[in-house]
Ligand binder design. Structure first.
Ligand code: SF4
Length: 241
């Protein structure tokens, strides 16, 4: 959310809006999705080898690249700790050393311990049992775990539990605000509600769309946008003054 707030401040200063185009047409989002999919093809997310690895990866990926997360996951695998019981038993200091390549390792070790402890106590370490709950309940539960934010909670629900919840990040914010779909002051829940309200509630579509937005965000829709050649450049967008 800090990332979204900072992006909001920058966009408020630099971008122009036309009142009659704030929401755009109702099918804009699906057209963005189709254009991105046609340009990039399926992204094959999430890049974890198991659903539990996705849960761990969702915590480790905060503020770092996936390449660094992979190194940390490899260390956990090597130590045969990439499973709920082992992670629940290991001490936070030892865990921090193993996940060191992912950065912010002391904080992430504490967050991971909190999450795994809750997961083992509440669901006996079973994602299959956890997935029997509704998205609303799962979100409430995950957000009550100390250190688990909205993006991490939604990533776990979508990519590890395969249930329909839209994952929002800074790239989602940038693309949608720059295309006049949302106001610059929109927060996480408003962006999520907008996306879910303008798309079919399909797990595969939510999965692919978020991955595609991350791709276009990294390659084109950076803090300084590179609209030329971008697969979304044919849709109306608002450029820096
Ligand atoms: S066309 Fe420009 S504003 Fe739109 S997604 Fe691409 S880089 Fe971002």
């Amino acid at each position: 959310m800090q990332g979204l707030a900072a992006a909001a401040q920058r966009c408020e200063k630099k971008y122009l809006y036309r009142e009659d185009n704030l929401v755009g047409s109702d099918d804009n989002l699906i057209r963005f999705y189709e254009a991105l999919l046609a340009y990039y093809g399926p992204q094959g997310w999430w890049p974890g080898q198991s659903d539990f690895e996705v849960v761990v990866g969702a915590v480790l990926t905060q503020n770092t690249s996936w390449a660094n997360v992979e190194k940390a996951l490899a260390k956990l695998k090597e130590a045969q700790l990439l499973e709920p019981e082992g992670l629940n038993k290991i001490g936070p200091e030892k865990l921090a050393q193993l996940i060191r390549p992912a950065g912010y390792f002391n904080i992430k070790a504490r967050r991971l311990k909190n999450l795994i402890r809750w997961f083992c106590q509440t669901y006996g370490g079973s994602l299959r049992v956890m997935a029997q709950n509704s998205v609303t309940r799962l979100r409430e539960e995950l957000l009550s775990v100390n250190g688990i934010g909205r993006e991490t909670a939604d990533s776990i629900i979508l990519y590890a539990l395969h249930k329909p919840t839209f994952v929002v990040d800074t790239y989602t914010y940038r693309v949608l605000v720059r295309h006049g779909c949302l106001e610059a002051q929109s927060d996480y829940e408003q962006i999520k509600e907008f996306c879910e309200g303008h798309l079919p509630q399909e797990v595969q579509l939510f999965n692919e769309f978020h991955a595609l937005i991350v791709r276009v965000g990294k390659e084109y829709c950076r803090s300084k946008p590179r609209c030329e050649g971008c697969p979304l450049s044919r849709f109306e967008h608002f450029i820096e003054e």
